[in-house]
Design a protein around this ligand. Structure first.
Ligand code: CP
Length: 310
C-alpha cells in the first residue's frame, strides 16, 4: 500500500483491508457488462503497456489477464519466457530492468518462487505496478478475489456461509488466497480437508477447521472448492495413487449430496476428471467453474484499474 492508503502493487491478499477487497469486487461488478457488449472495450488503460511474464504454465490466468488488459485498452505484451534471453543466463532483475526501459507500466508475474513478484515489486521504479499472478505454493491473489466474487454473486451474503476446500491444501496457493479473502470478508466457517500428507495441521493457525474425513467436512456446506493434486510441486509421492485419492477424497455426486442442496461447486482449474472431481459434478447444475473463468476477466480489470489510480 502507498502512504496515502492506495494500492500500488497486488502481491498477496494477506492483510489486505476488507474495504480494498470490497472496492475491487464492486469495480469488477461494474466491469462485468463490458464483456457482454459488441465492442468490449473501455479506455481506462489507454496508452499503458502491460507485460505478461509467465515463468510457469497457465491457461486461465494468462489469457484472462491479456483479455482484461485489452478490454481496458492497454497495449499488451506476452513475453515468451522459453525463447527469452533468460535462456542465455540473463538474471530476472536484469530482464525486469530492460522491460522498465521499454516503459512498461504494469508487470503481471507468475513464478514458481513464492518471493519473485515481491522481489520485482521492490526493484521497479515508482509508477510501475506489479501483480502477482500466482507465486509458488504461497499466493494467487487474483484467483482468491475471483473466488470471492463468484461466491458473492451466487450467495450474496458472506456472514453465514460454511465453505470447504478439498484436496491438496499443502501445495495450494489458491487455498491460501481463498482463506485470506474469505476471512477478511467475514465468512464464519472455512474448512479444509484432504489426506494428512496434504493438509498440514498448521493450517488451523489461519483460522480454518482441519478435517481428514471428507464426508464430515462436506456436511451442510454452502460452497465447495475442489483442488487438483499439484504433482509438479511434490518432491515425493504424497498419495498412494490418483485412483486412491479419488476413492477417498474425490468430489462425487454422492458426496456432494452431503452439502447444502443449494451449494455451489468451484474449482480454479485445470480440472482432473476422475481424480479430484467426478465429471457429473464438474458439468452438473451446481458447478460454477466456468463462471469463475468469466468473472476472472472482470476481477482482473478491476485490479488493474485500481492500481493505475494509485
Ligand atoms: N486457476 C489458474 O491459475 O489456472 P491457470 O494455471 O490455467 O492459470
Amino acid at each position: 500500500m502507498n502512504a496515502n492508503g492506495t494500492l500500488r502493487h497486488l502481491l498477496s491478499l494477506e492483510n489486505l483491508p476488507r474495504e480494498v477487497i470490497t472496492e475491487i469486487l464492486d469495480r469488477a461488478e461494474s466491469f462485468l457488462s463490458v464483456g457482454t457488449r459488441k465492442a468490449k472495450k473501455v479506455p481506462v488503460l489507454r496508452g499503458r503497456s502491460v507485460f505478461n511474464l509467465f515463468f510457469e504454465n497457465s491457461t486461465r490466468t494468462r489469457t484472462t489477464f491479456e483479455i482484461a488488459a485489452k478490454r481496458l485498452s492497454a497495449d499488451v505484451v506476452n513475453l515468451d519466457i522459453a525463447t527469452s534471453s533468460q535462456s542465455k543466463g540473463e538474471s530476472l532483475l536484469d530482464m525486469i530492468d530492460n522491460l522498465v526501459a521499454m516503459q512498461a507500466d504494469m508487470l503481471v508475474v507468475r513464478h514458481s518462487h513464492s518471493g519473485a513478484a515481491h522481489m520485482i515489486a521492490e526493484h521497479v521504479p515508482k509508477g510501475v505496478h506489479v501483480i502477482n499472478a500466482g507465486a509458488g505454493s504461497h499466493s494467487h491473489p487474483t484467483q482468491g478475489l475471483l473466488d470471492a466474487f463468484t461466491i458473492r454473486h451466487f450467495k450474496k451474503d458472506f456472514s453465514k456461509l460454511k465453505v470447504v476446500i478439498i484436496g491438496d491444501i499443502l501445495h495450494s496457493r489458491v487455498a491460501r488466497s481463498q482463506i485470506h479473502v474469505l476471512k477478511a470478508l467475514g465468512v464464519p466457517e472455512v474448512r479444509v480437508v484432504g489426506p494428512q500428507t496434504l493438509v498440514p495441521e498448521s493450517m488451523s493457525t489461519m483460522g480454518v477447521k482441519v478435517y481428514n474425513d471428507v464426508e464430515l467436512a462436506l456436511d451442510g456446506v454452502d460452497v465447495v472448492t475442489a483442488l487438483r493434486l499439484q504433482n509438479e510441486r511434490m518432491e515425493a509421492s504424497l498419495v498412494p495413487s490418483a485412483q486412491d485419492f479419488y476413492q477417498n477424497y474425490g468430489l462425487t455426486k454422492e458426496r456432494l449430496a452431503l452439502a447444502d442442496p443449494e451449494a455451489i461447486v468451484m474449482h480454479p482449474g485445470p480440472i482432473n476428471r476422475g481424480v479430484e472431481i467426478a465429471s457429473e459434478v464438474a458439468d452438473g447444475g451446481q458447478s460454477v467453474i466456468l463462471h469463475q473463468v468469466t468473472f476472472g476477466i472482470a476481477v482482473r480489470m478491476a485490479v488493474m484499474s485500481l492500481l493505475v489510480d494509485s
